[in-house]
Design a protein around this ligand. Structure first.
Ligand code: ADP
Ligand code: MG
Length: 323
């Protein structure tokens, strides 16, 4: 059933699942009005999902609603921010109420979990495009940034790498999994932002980023912003059984090193604070893997179990190059 733009907004988006006291005025006027508490900084980030580029056309709308918000919350997680508000710009080929119902359910349930209130947006007709902007709060000066890594820092990640990439290969029939478990597909379609860990690392991590474009690319951003380099030990990368098997069979490290969409955090801490970081992360439900060190020479080096440098082909930069 086709709905007008106003019917669509009022039916699916104007009754927020979360009602926050710091929202002076939510959906319905020309602007939302929000209160940022004194002494806090506003962390703002935006991400777009485009059909056929960021997700296949037959992706379940409920998982899209979840993922559109999750990838944005992941950016807040990487800064250590606490999420507060979101806006949603939806471009839809037609107003399909079944699709919208499922999409808004996926969005709302993640929003409820992290007390995020949807406070506005825009709705237009055109090729499917989902843009979410999130706003989070941070004590002034406390954000985890990309530019604070120092030589000697230890590098950690919050969870297994390459699962989303492997699920995508399997969905595209480019690789046959021995046991295509639903868990792997969850990692691609229902990523969970590492918000609790990010927040718990404030004051401990010297640099942080979320892994959306692959470990080498994203750690590369930390290295560049901080004016340092890094050396990784491949044997220490946390891998699911599926990804470990893939690497063993193909000798190709591109999934854990260069495939995107995992949304784990990568960060650096001074060695003296390693166990503190470990405890905080555990309390936030995360087992850290210590995968390497920050050093002076620019660039990211990957050492094999035999201490050899991994060759560029096995790093897989080209294979997973992002548009
Ligand atoms: P305007 O013409 O002033 O931009 P709109 O008609 O686009 O207003 O939107 C009316 C209200 O509905 C605004 O408060 C806007 O923020 C909200 N809104 C529109 N689309 C969405 C959406 N997809 N999700 C959430 N809020 C929306
Ligand atoms: Mg508008």
């Amino acid at each position: 059933m086709a709905l007008t733009e106003f019917e669509l907004i009022s039916r699916f988006f104007s009754r927020p699942e979360t009602e926050r006291e710091d929202v002076v005025l939510g959906i319905g006027d020309d602007c939302a009005l929000l209160q940022v508490p004194a002494g806090m900084e506003l962390a703002v980030s935006i991400d777009t999902l485009v059909e056929a580029i960021h997700f296949p056309p037959d992706t379940e709308p409920e998982s899209l609603g979840h993922k559109a918000l999750a990838v944005n919350l992941s950016d807040l997680a990487a800064m250590g921010a606490v999420p507060a508000w979101a806006t949603l710009a939806l471009t839809l080929p037609h107003s399909d109420s079944v699709w919208l119902e499922a999409f808004s359910r996926g969005f709302a349930s993640l929003a409820r979990r992290y007390q995020v209130q949807l406070i506005g947006g825009d709705t237009t007709r055109g090729p499917l495009n989902i843009t979410v902007q999130v706003h989070g709060l941070l004590p002034a000066g406390a954000a985890l940034r990309r530019d604070g890594a120092q030589p000697g820092d230890l590098i950690a990640v919050t969870g297994p790498l390459g699962d989303a990439g492997l699920a995508l290969l399997a969905l595209q029939n480019k690789y046959e999994l021995a046991e295509f478990d639903s868990e792997l597909r969850q990692r691609l379609e229902w990523p969970m932002p590492r918000l609790e860990v990010g927040q718990s690392l404030r004051g401990i991590a010297r640099s942080a980023i979320d892994i959306s474009d692959g470990l080498l690319a994203d750690l590369g951003h930390i290295a560049e912003a901080s004016g340092v380099g890094a050396t990784l030990r491949l044997a220490r990368l946390p891998l699911s059984r599926g990804v470990a098997r893939y690497v063993k069979e193909t000798g190709d490290w591109s999934l854990p090193l260069s495939a995107g969409d995992d949304y784990e955090l990568c960060f650096s801490v001074p060695p003296a604070r390693r166990s503190e970081a470990e405890h905080k992360a555990l309390r936030a439900g995360c087992k850290l893997a210590w995968i390497g060190v920050i050093d002076v020479d620019p660039g990211i080096r990957c050492l094999t179990a035999d201490d050899d440098l991994l060759d560029p082909v096995s790093r897989g930069y080209e294979h997973f190059h992002h548009p």
